[in-house]
Design a protein around this ligand. Structure first.
Ligand SMILES: NC(=O)c1ccc[n+]([C@@H]2O[C@H](COP(=O)([O-])OP(=O)(O)OC[C@H]3O[C@@H](n4cnc5c(N)ncnc54)[C@H](OP(=O)(O)O)[C@@H]3O)[C@@H](O)[C@H]2O)c1
Length: 303
């Protein structure tokens, strides 16, 4: 067997490992030389339970903790405020406290929804957060507690995650396209779709450089390359799926968000500028269109 280029091993404890990003990351790290992942689903470790978090960290003594656990139901959060804050803010706090106590760096995922969406040109890490709804507010407060408690943190804000698992816009739209002739999609909300596998790739690249001992704590942005709308993304994914299946959908209607029956207000433009990640880690944005083709291929391979 060829000798590995990575002589030291970094143990990485992943919380929320059964979610879109958590699963993709666990699979990627499993194959990564020099990385030893320990993947914990919600059933195995609830991040809102301080004793459980503490126990897991002491049991595994990882070099890094990655938090992929979150409450992500944007509309439901308006009615389930307590649950959203308990997971996105208080859960983040438990992880930050436990990590700080054991001097373990914490990598945490956050969201484009911390912004209000008024900057059409996109948001940098220095722009002021101003969340519109409960979900965005709970993610922002989660970031703030981590900054206050654990200086060795890296917060990675991502946007519009898609994959073949869990609840996401791609799977919802695909389901509609298979069973409905007319579909509405918002053409007044701009952003950048990002595949869960791509986020996992970025987290691995960051971990690789952290293991070299560089001091780059702080907040970063990452999203797939090319700005689109929900309508543009729906159009692309329906075209990709049509290569595999005759879908029922005949018409995709471009509509204003105000005409969709959704409870939570969403940012009109939540494009993340990713320059800081490139300048610091040399990580480039991958086009979401190629990731979409791969994801659709995977979807039809599995079904
Ligand atoms: N999805 C998006 O479009 C999007 C956009 C921007 C940012 N993000 C952020 O990116 C990160 C990853 O998102 P994702 O799409 O991979 O999320 P996801 O698919 O919803 O996965 C989240 C995981 O966290 C688990 N979880 C919930 N509460 C927990 C708790 N108390 N303790 C432990 N685990 C818990 C969930 O388990 P159950 O399923 O059993 O509840 C689920 O497996 C999150 O921080 C999210 O806020 C996501």
């Amino acid at each position: 067997m060829a000798a590995s280029a990575y002589t030291t091993s970094a143990k990485v404890l992943i919380f929320g490992a059964a979610g879109q990003v958590g699963h993709a990351l666990s699979e990627l790290l499993d194959q990564a030389p020099g990385i030893e992942p320990v993947a914990l689903s919600r059933r195995q470790a609830d991040i809102t339970d301080a004793a459980v978090v503490q126990q897991q960290l002491q049991k595994h003594l990882p070099d890094y903790v990655v938090n992929c656990a979150a409450y992500n139901r944007v509309d439901a959060a308006e009615r389930q405020q307590e649950q959203a804050y308990a997971i996105n803010r208080d859960g983040a706090e438990q992880l930050a406290k436990a990590c700080a106590g054991l001097s373990i760096p914490l990598l945490h995922l956050s969201s484009d929804y911390v912004f209000d969406g008024h900057y059409a040109s996109g948001y940098s890490e220095e722009d002021e957060a101003s969340p519109l709804g409960v979900f965005g507010s709970s993610k922002w407060q989660g970031e703030e507690v981590i900054r206050a408690i654990q200086p060795q943190h890296l917060i990675l804000r991502v946007s519009w995650i898609f994959s073949t698992r869990g609840e996401n816009y791609l799977l919802r739209t695909l389901e509609q396209a298979r069973h409905e002739a007319l579909i509405d999609a918002a053409d007044d909300r701009r952003g950048c779709p990002t595949s869960a596998d791509d986020v996992a790739r970025v987290v691995l690249a960051i971990l690789r450089q952290l293991t070299c001992g560089i001091d780059v704590w702080g907040t970063y942005h990452y999203c797939g390359a090319e700005i689109t709308t929900r309508y543009g993304f729906s159009e692309a994914l329906i075209a990709a799926a049509r290569q595999y299946e005759a879908l029922k959908v005949e018409q995709l209607n471009a509509v204003a968000s105000a005409n969709l029956s959704i409870l939570a207000q969403r940012p009109a433009s939540s494009v993340l500028k990713c320059r800081k990640l490139l300048d610091t880690f040399g990580i480039r944005q991958r086009p979401w269109r190629s990731e979409l083709q791969r994801t659709i291929r995977e979807f039809y391979g599995e079904h």
